[in-house]
Design a protein around this ligand. Structure first.
Ligand code: GLN
Length: 305
């Protein structure tokens, strides 16, 4: 397996030159576009790695399924679904998904920014600081990595420049879909996006979703099989934004990307995959990361279709 990963990594390396690192969050512009790493955690309990699998980067939108899980665990499916829907948007991650009609829960999806910002308000906690602490704890537990922390430079960089997210949050507020102070809600969202992880962490988080809510080895249950089913279905239809259709055809597994260059891919019952390759395509998805997943899926028959 490790040999296969090494081989695919070399085959996909040229794709790293075809993408561009994100620059709209100034601190992310410092990433090295040549980085490429993968970690696969398989159901036999083994962890296979190649390339820059230990390198840390910010989780960005890969935190969205974790925010959704936390909201589901805190409130139940009915409550969450009534506030943030599950219809694929087919739009970019930061799209303003309304014209001038009233915003409805069906316009929101937890895998794009507007839905994810609304999701932060559903997480239990007296303060937004406490809500974020709980997201951090859940992320550490799912990843089996107590060292996950906020990358302060990226957090401040996004907080300083996040006008589009402020626009989205105020739109939610003006439509009565969030009640709390916009800056506090966004602070929780920016911190959650700025948690620093590596490919191994993403592979383990994906593994728990593939394993229907149970951790590897101990088989400790963190969330119900129903929530794994719910999150995986939303990942399949909207996890790669307006690239989700092509990704379903080319790779065929639930996955989530982030502008930090991470992708986590869930192969139900079989494995969790974490990838790091910060050069992005025009939709904000890791370009070489998608190619690597495509090759791996073909060689190992990973598609669920
Ligand atoms: N923090 C980023 C933002 O809100 C996350 C976007 C992403 O990873 N696609 O713009």
């Amino acid at each position: 397996m490790e040999e296969l990963l090494d081989k695919l990594l070399e085959e996909c390396r040229p794709f790293t030159t075809q993408g561009k690192v994100a620059t709209y969050i100034p601190e992310l512009a410092k990433s090295n576009p040549a980085d490429l790493g993968i970690c696969v955690l398989s159901s036999d309990g083994r962890c296979y790695q190649s390339g820059d699998a230990q390198k840390r980067f910010t989780i960005q939108s890969v935190v969205k399924p974790i925010l959704l899980l936390q909201a589901l665990m805190d409130n139940g499916e009915e409550y969450v679904h009534a506030r943030v829907g599950v219809e694929a948007t087919g739009k970019p991650f930061d799209a303003i998904n309304v014209t001038d009609q009233t915003l409805h829960s069906d316009h929101l999806n937890p895998m794009v920014n507007m839905g994810a910002i609304a999701m932060c308000t559903l997480i239990r906690g007296e303060t937004y600081e406490e809500k974020f602490r709980r997201v951090l704890e859940l992320t550490r537990k799912l990843a089996g990595d107590p060292e996950i922390q906020v990358d302060e430079a990226v957090y401040h960089s996004e907080k300083r420049t996040g006008s589009k997210n402020r626009a989205l949050a105020y739109l939610l507020k003006s439509n009565g879909m969030i009640e709390d102070d916009v800056e506090e809600v966004l602070d929780c969202y920016f911190k959650a996006c700025s948690m620093s992880v590596n490919s191994r962490d993403l592979a383990r988080i994906a593994f728990v979703l593939a394993n229907r809510g149970k951790l590897p080895q101990t088989e400790e249950r963190i969330f119900s099989a129903r929530y794994a089913h719910y999150v995986n279905a939303v990942l399949m239809t909207c996890g790669m934004y307006d690239g989700s259709g092509n990704f379903a055809v080319d790779v065929g597994v639930p996955a989530k990307s982030g502008v930090g260059g991470g992708i986590m891919a869930v192969v139900p019952t079989r494995m969790g995959i974490g990838i790091y390759a910060p050069a992005l395509d025009e939709k904000g998805n890791s370009l070489a990361g998608i190619q690597l997943l495509k090759q791996l899926s073909e060689r190992m028959y990973l598609s669920i279709f």
